[in-house]
Write a protein that binds this ligand. Structure first.
Ligand code: HEM
Length: 423
C-alpha cells in the first residue's frame, strides 16, 4: 500500500536531521511534500506519517487505543519508566491510571502549589546576573519544583540528595540515541558498560524513591502530590503498591521536568528578543501573561509529535494507512500552519487577545485525546509563575539571531541553551 510521500534519504540521514536540526527538517519536508508526509527513523522499521491539518489531528486523537495504542511508542522507556507506567499503558488500565494522576494537577489542589512555585522561582531568579544559560537554570528550577510539589521533599538535605539521584539517572536517559541503543541491546557488560551504569543509577534512584514512599506512608502530613497518590484505592479498596507509586512518580518526573524546562528556556529565548513583550509583562495584566505563555508554547513547542502505532489499517483525512505504521499529530507543524496562524513564525502574544480564539485542534502543545498531557494545567501555571517573577528582570540575547532547535531526549531545546545577558 502506498504511503504519503516523504524524503527518500536513508533512515540514518533522516534521523540525524530529526535529532540535530528538528525545526529545519520539519519545515523542509513540509515545504517539499506537504501534509501528510512520511518519514523514517533508523531505530525502527516502521515508517511514521506526520499529519498537521486539524481534521487529521482530530481523527488521530480519536483513534481507538485498541488499534492505535500510544503506550507502545514509548516502549524503549520501559527499563526506566516501569511496568505500571501511565506512559506505557493503554486501554482501561491506562484510563484508570490517568484518572488517578490527573486529580492532583487540577482545581484548588493545584492552585495551592502556586505560591510555592512563585517562591522557588523568585529565589532562583535573584541569583541571575551576567551570562545565564536559562535551560540549565530552568532544569534545576523545574526539578526543584517537582521534588517539593510532587515528592514533598522536606528540607535542603533531602532535596539535595534527591536532586543528585535524579540528575545522575536522567543524564543517562537524556540522550535518546543512547537510551534507544541501550534498550535494544540491554546487555549488562559490567558496571562500566552503558547499560550496567544505567542499571546501577536506576537502582540507586529507586532505592531513594522507595525510601521516600515508605517515609510518607508513615507520615503523610503534607499536601504533596505523593501524599495524594498514597490515598488512592483500587476497586477492591487496596492502596497502591510501592512499585506502582514509584512508577507514577517516575512518570511525573519524566513527563514534567525536561518538557517544562525547555518550554521555559524557549520563553526566555523569545522574551530576550522581544523587549516590548517583556516590557508589557511588567504591567501585571494576567490576560497578557497567559497570552505570553500560550504564544511561547505555540511558537516554540517543546515536544514535536504525538505518535500512535497502528495495529490495524485506518483512514485518516482520506489517506488509507496500513497496520504496522506509526501515525503522529505533528505538534510542531500544526502550530505553524499559516492558514491557522497568520504570520506563524512571529512571536505575537497579542494574537491571543485579539480576534477569535484559535481552533483548539490547532493549539496542541500538550497533545490530545485520551493521551493529552495530564500535567498541562500545572505546566501552564508553572510557566505563568516563573514569567511573572521574571517580569522585572533586564535581559538581552547574547547573540541577536534566534536560537535554533535541537533535540535533547524527547524534547526540543534552544541550541545554545537559551543564553541571555542579565542586568
Ligand atoms: C510545558 C510543559 C509540558 C509539555 C509541553 C508537555 C507535553 C506533553 C505531551 C505532548 C504529551 C503526549 C500527549 C499525546 O501523546 O497526545 C504529554 C504527556 C504527559 N505529560 Fe506532559 N507536558 C508538559 C508538562 C508536564 C508536567 C508538568 C507533567 C506532570 C507533572 C506532565 C505529565 C505528563 C504525563 C504523565 C503524560 C502522559 C499522559 C498519558 O499518557 O495519558 N507533563 N505531555
Amino acid at each position: 500500500m502506498d504511503l504519503p510521500p516523504g524524503p527518500r534519504a536513508p533512515a540514518a540521514w533522516q534521523t540525524v536531521a530529526w535529532m540535530a536540526r528538528p525545526a529545519a527538517f520539519m519545515r523542509r519536508i513540509h515545504e517539499r511534500f506537504g501534509d501528510p508526509v512520511t518519514i523514517r527513523m533508523y531505530w525502527t522499521d516502521e515508517p511514521m506519517v506526520l499529519f498537521s491539518h486539524p481534521d487529521a489531528v482530530r481523527e488521530i486523537f480519536k483513534l481507538d487505543p485498541a488499534i492505535a495504542p500510544a503506550g507502545q511508542s514509548w516502549e524503549f522507556l520501559r527499563p526506566f519508566a516501569g511496568e505500571h507506567s501511565i506512559l506505557l499503558l493503554d486501554g482501561d488500565e491506562h484510563m484508570r491510571e490517568r484518572r488517578a494522576m490527573q486529580v492532583p494537577f487540577h482545581g484548588e489542589r493545584m492552585r495551592a502549589f502556586g505560591p510555592v512555585i512563585a517562591g522557588l522561582a523568585r529565589r532562583e531568579l535573584s541569583t541571575w546576573s551576567g551570562r545565564v544559560t536559562t535551560l540549565d537554570r530552568m532544569r534545576e528550577l523545574t526539578l526543584e519544583i517537582i521534588l517539593r510539589v510532587v515528592l514533598g521533599a522536606r528540607g535542603d538535605d533531602e532535596t539535595a540528595r534527591l536532586r543528585h539521584a535524579v540528575d545522575t539517572t536522567l543524564e543517562s536517559v537524556r540522550s535518546m540515541p543512547r537510551m534507544l541503543s541501550m534498550a535494544l541491546v540491554q546487555r549488562d557488560l559490567g558496571p562500566r558498560s552503558p547499560w550496567g551504569r544505567f542499571r546501577i543509577a536506576v537502582e540507586r534512584f529507586d532505592a531513594l524513591l522507595l525510601d521516600i514512599v515508605a517515609r510518607r506512608r508513615a507520615d503523610p502530613g503534607d499536601d504533596s502530590v505523593l501524599s495524594f497518590l498514597l490515598e488512592q484505592r483500587d476497586e477492591q479498596g487496596r492502596p497502591p503498591s510501592d512499585r506502582h507509586l514509584r512508577d507514577q512518580l517516575v512518570a511525573l518526573l519524566v513527563g514534567g521536568h525536561d518538557s517544562s524546562a525547555s518550554a521555559l528556556a524557549w520563553a526566555f529565548e523569545r522574551l530576550a528578543r522581544h523587549p516590548s513583550v517583556h516590557a508589557r509583562l511588567r504591567d501585571g495584566d494576567p490576560a497578557y501573561l497567559e497570552a505570553v505563555v500560550k504564544e511561547s508554547l505555540r511558537a516554540r513547542p517543546s515536544l514535536t509529535i504525538a505518535p500512535r502505532r497502528l495495529l490495524a489499517p485506518v483512514e485518516i483525512a482520506g489517506h488509507r494507512i496500513p497496520a504496522g505504521v506509526q501515525v503522529a499529530a505533528c505538534i510542531w507543524l500544526a502550530l505553524r500552519r499559516e492558514d491557522l496562524w497568520p504570520d506563524a513564525s512571529a512571536f505575537r502574544p497579542e494574537r491571543w487577545l485579539e480576534g477569535p480564539r484559535p481552533n483548539p485542534l490547532s493549539w496542541i502543545p500538550f497533545g490530545g485525546g485520551v493521551r493529552r498531557c495530564t500535567g498541562a494545567p500545572f505546566a501552564e501555571m508553572e510557566m505563568r509563575e516563573v514569567l511573572r517573577a521574571a517580569a522585572d528582570l533586564r535581559i538581552r540575547p547574547v547573540r541577536p539571531e534566534p536560537e535554533r532547535a535541537r533535540r535533547s531526549m524527547l524534547v526540543v531545546v534552544p541550541d545554545r541553551g537559551g543564553e541571555v545577558l542579565v542586568g
